[in-house]
Design a protein around this ligand. Structure first.
Ligand SMILES: [Zn+2]
Length: 78
């Protein structure tokens, strides 16, 4: 189990967190990153975290994210 970045501190001084990507190119892929990433005053920590999610979990997450995007599209039509 590689949790090398689990307790890392970002360059801006806060603890990095594990996130799940919502981008089309990396849908469901997890990464360690900083919640202050939008703050351009600092360089922020980022590292992909690929090795723990089971193929089944990835399929379930991708299915859920697609469902959320469908719902968002339908809501925009109203
Ligand atoms: Zn940061």
């Amino acid at each position: 189990m590689d949790e090398a970045h689990a307790n890392s501190i970002c360059y801006c001084g806060i603890l990095v967190a594990l996130w799940t990507s919502w981008s089309n190119d990396n849908l469901g892929r997890r990464f360690f990153g900083c919640q202050n990433y939008g703050d351009r005053r600092y360089f922020h920590f980022f590292a992909w975290f690929d090795n723990l999610m089971s193929p089944r979990a990835r399929i379930v997450i991708i299915g859920l994210l697609k469902k959320v995007k469908e719902i968002e599209r339908e809501r925009k039509k109203e």
